[in-house]
Design a protein around this ligand. Structure first.
Ligand code: SAM
Length: 238
């Protein structure tokens, strides 16, 4: 199924109609044809093999033929919780988080954050997530959420079995990567990093410190590198 074009919808209905941005992309960029087989995903992890029955002015009518569980999705839920970055660097982080298999991405504002989120930017990040999911053949395009406070972002990691906090002023690792198992939340700061108070708040909320060595990594490097380490530790890169 992987070579077929992939589209994301909110819900699989019958009859199934693809409209909006996905319709525009299908018709004007991909030049999709009536009778063509496609894959439709609703974010559940299932892939729906479907056929394009009719191309209308503003939507595609699609017939669902069969469904199957995607074998591409990570078995373990990993959530990346990252400070909002300048320019389009957060788009890069979202794109790599999707390729590496994260299930959710939360972008947050914190004391030393110097960039500000708005609705258009958040919509753009979710578009990047869908594009990245299509490119790497995933059945889930992780939703990107925004938290205007650091405490709110930390609370989003509650319920994960492992809560990790990449701290630039840590001197050792509190995490045993060799035996990492279960749902995991990873917190990485923005360009300005964290204040001591934010670090203490994370620790008080049960986050374990992650140390990535003596060099200070760029925020986007830290997010991507740490996601790679964790996905490998969880056996999700096999
Ligand atoms: N402003 C900080 C400074 O100058 O020390 C640097 C922040 S760094 C650019 C952005 C984020 O990447 C940090 O908040 C941390 O989450 C992560 N990070 C970077 N280098 C790290 C390291 N060696 N160990 C752990 N985390 C690191």
């Amino acid at each position: 199924m992987s070579s077929l074009r992939r589209f994301f919808v909110e819900k699989i209905e019958s009859p199934l109609v693809i409209d909006g941005e996905e319709f525009r992309h299908a018709v004007s960029v991909l030049r999709i044809k009536e009778g063509e087989d496609i894959i439709v995903c609703d974010g559940s992890g299932l892939e729906y093999l479907s056929k394009v029955k009719k191309i209308n002015k503003k939507d595609l009518e699609v017939e669902v033929l069969s469904s199957a569980e995607s074998d591409v999705e990570a078995k373990t839920d990993v959530t990346l919780i990252a400070g909002y970055l300048k320019g389009d660097k957060t788009e890069l982080v979202v794109q790599k988080a999707v390729e590496l298999g994260a299930k959710k991405v939360i972008v947050f504002n914190s004391e030393y954050c110097s960039s500000y989120m708005n609705e258009n930017k958040l919509a753009r990040l979710n578009k990047v997530s869908i594009e990245a999911a299509k490119q790497c053949g995933r059945a889930i395009a992780p939703k990107v959420f925004y938290e205007d406070t650091f405490k709110g972002a930390l609370m989003d990691g509650e319920g994960c079995e492992n809560k990790l906090f990449a701290c630039e002023f840590a001197t050792s690792n509190e995490v045993d990567f060799k035996n990492l198992k279960g749902s995991t939340a990873i917190v990485v700061g923005s360009e300005g990093g964290f204040s001591k108070e934010e670090s203490e708040l994370a620790t008080s909320m049960g986050y374990k410190t992650v140390y990535l060595g003596k060099r200070i990594l760029r925020a986007e490097t830290a997010s991507i590198a740490l996601l790679g380490i964790i996905m490998h530790s969880l056996g999700e890169l096999e």
